[in-house]
Design a protein around this ligand. Sequence first.
Ligand code: ZN
Length: 306
Amino acid sequence: MSVIVRQKTLKSAIHCRGVGLHNGLPVSMILRPAAPDTGIVFRRTDRGGAEIAADWRHVVESPLCTTVDNGEGLSVATIEHLMAALAGLEIDNAVIELDGDEVPAMDGSAAPFVFLIECAGIVEQNAPRRALKILKTIRVTDGASAASLTPGDGFSVSFEIDFASRAIRRQTITIGLDADSFRGELAPARTFGFLAEVDALRAAGKALGGSLENAVVIGDDRVLNAEGLRFDDEFVRHKALDAIGDLYLAGAPIIGRFRGVRSGHALNRRLLGALFADRTAWTMTRMTGAPAYSGFWREDAERASA
Ligand SMILES: [Zn+2]
C-alpha cells in the first residue's frame, strides 16, 4: 500500500549569524517558510531582496564550494551544507534570506543547519511531494574521478575517496538516506582542508574565514584539531554530505543511487547536466510511502563492526 507523501516547509522563521568560510565576512541568515512548489530560494536582503533559485542551472564553476549565480552579478556561495540539511530533513520549500553573498560556515558541517530547521519545526503542506526518478544510468568522469546515478528504490549514496595523506587514505561509504540516517551519520561530518594549501587559498581570496572552528585541518599527515575527528571516516562522510547538497539542486529529491569516486562539486554539477540532457534518463513522479531502506547497507555495517 502506498501513502501519498506531502511537501514540507518550516513551521516558523529562524535566524542565525556566522562567518563565510571563503569571504571571511560576518553574515546574517533567516530561514523562512515558503508556499508549496516554491522550492529552495535564496533572497539577498542586502541587494533589495533579489532572489535566486537553488537550481543546478545557476551553478557556476567554483572548485571549493557550490555557488549559484544568476549571471547578472547576484550570487550566493557555499550553499552545499545548508542544501544537504534541507535535503536530509526533506524540506521542499524555504526562502533563505542572507545579508551577504555566502552562507555562514557554522562548524563546517550540516549539523547546525539541521538544529536550526528542527528548532523552527517542520510542517506538511497541502501538496504532493514530487521526486526525480532515475530511469537509466548516467555517468560522468574527469580523469580518475567519476560520478553516476543509477535506478534504484529510495535514495542511496555511495562514495569513495583516496588521498595520499596518511590522515585520510582510502575511505568508502554506502548509505541509504532518510532523515534519521542523514541526521545521525552524515550531518555532523565537517569539511576538511590541508594546512599546506591554506596560504595559496588565502592568496586567491579563499578560505579567509576558515579555521579549526569550522574545518578539519590536516598538517603533516595528522589532524590538527585538538578535539580530533567526529567519525573515524569523517572525510568520506563529508564528501557524501556535499554530494547530497549538490544533488538537491536538481529541484526535487532523487529516487536512485548516487555513486561518487573522488568526485567533487564540479563533477556533481556536470552529472545533473548530463541527467537533464537525456530526457529518457528520468521522470518526475509523486513520492509515495516510506523509503525501502535506510542506514548503512549490510557490507558497511559488517565493515564498521569488524
Ligand atoms: Zn563540504
